[in-house]
Design a protein around this ligand. Structure first.
Ligand code: MN
Length: 323
């Protein structure tokens, strides 16, 4: 794991207030990294302003929405303020929350391998599974001990991005050491699991069954492709989506190495999720269409219709399945 940039020691002391923001369409990692970092800064006597463009469509993060404002236009920002962008490449990924932020000194904390942000205040490490690990490292290095609430938030984010540790392999001892310290600080894995996995709607289960029924295998069943229509989304809503459960079910099929789910978001635009179990690097495929992410989980927003896009994605996997 990379060391914290030396400039951070000064950065977290020098300002009176910090604006914390993460990517639009927040998830457990982006929200919990932001909340834990904010809580630590508050303990250090700093003011914080938490921004998120939303939408808070995942059920497990909905309760945190009231803690965030959409942008700084309606709030008084103190004189001596800096910005921290978490869990994404920079200001361009935070949607409408970016408005007015370009004038502030800015640090970036992220674990996406495709993040090319550089400079004194870029703490970017693609080798850790969640941004929470980097935030934990900052708090433990510069701060006091973790509060119980911070520890539980950080565990929640770590578990979100690792699928409750399912996506980790034998190189993960350091991650488990970080997790161990969270438990020692009072985080409860059982309640984090219930928080992450309970509370699903009836419709979300029906929608999963519909997407499963449309699966098609390619490359001898190593690649599975399915889709969600705009009508599905109209019927069940964005909050009906539960990608994690969907991928988990598809990954359990014998022989599967990669998964593509295409969703028609508007008449002429799709979002695409790519997952890999092991050898296949889906970030290469996503990047070839302008997307980004990790080797095992990547995403993309692209113009087009489901039926035209699917053959192009299948083709893009060819070099990896022929090796
Ligand atoms: Mn993340």
């Amino acid at each position: 794991m990379k060391t914290i940039p030396p400039a951070y020691a000064d950065f977290f002391q020098r300002y009176d207030a910090y604006i914390l923001a993460s990517h639009k369409e927040p998830d457990g990692d982006s929200i919990s990294s932001t909340l834990a970092l904010g809580s630590w800064l508050n303990r250090m006597g700093k003011k914080t302003i938490l921004l998120s463009a939303g939408p808070f469509k995942r059920p497990e993060i909905q309760e945190y929405e009231p803690l965030f404002i959409p942008n700084i236009s309606a709030t008084a920002v103190p004189e001596n303020t800096a910005v921290v962008i978490l869990d994404c490449s920079g200001i361009e990924r935070i949607g409408d929350a970016a408005q007015g932020l370009e004038i502030f000194p800015m640090a970036v904390i992220d674990h996406h391998a495709t993040n090319e942000h550089s400079g004194d205040l870029a703490y970017v490490d693609g080798s850790v599974p969640a941004t929470t690990v980097l935030v934990q490292n900052i708090i433990e290095t510069f701060g006091n001990s973790l509060s119980r609430d911070e520890a539980e938030m950080l565990l929640f984010g770590l578990c979100t991005d690792t699928g409750f540790f399912r996506h980790l392999d034998e190189r993960s001892a350091e991650t488990f050491a970080f997790a161990s310290r969270l438990i020692a600080a009072g985080a409860n894995p059982k309640s984090v699991f219930a928080h992450m996995n309970g509370g699903k709607s009836w419709g979300s289960r029906i929608l999963i069954s519909r997407i499963l029924s449309r699966m098609r295998p390619y490359y001898d069943g190593k690649l599975i492709v399915s889709w969600e229509s705009k009508e599905d989304t109209d019927e069940y809503g964005l909050e009906g989506r539960d990608s994690d459960s969907l991928y988990q079910l598809i990954q359990s099929i014998r022989g599967v190495e990669a998964i593509v789910i295409v969703r028609q978001e508007t008449e002429d635009r799709c979002s695409v999720g790519f997952r890999s179990l092991n050898k296949i690097d889906v970030s290469i495929v996503a990047a070839s269409f302008g997307g980004g992410g990790h080797r095992q989980a990547s995403g993309l927003s692209i113009e087009g219709k489901i039926e035209d896009l699917i053959p192009r994605f299948i083709e893009a996997f060819k070099p990896q399945f022929q090796n």
